[in-house]
Ligand binder design. Sequence first.
Ligand SMILES: [Zn+2]
Length: 74
Amino acid sequence: MQLYCPCGYAILVTGHWTGETYRLELRDASAGTQGETIARCPQCCRPLAAQDLERLPPAEFHWQPEVPEPKSAP
Ligand SMILES: [Zn+2]
């Protein structure tokens, strides 16, 4: 399942049954399921907890159109 950090970074969340408890593993979504588990967002460095993640990108991130950076006048 893919969730989003409040900063908009995509985090891949996988569940893992240890035999006693269900453990969630968080990974950088761009690294895929073979990536290393992470405890902090690679983008904003906030400590990540599955319950803090968003199911959808934050609205401002989702709706932000890709506008090319304005060229600075000389
Ligand atoms: Zn973040």
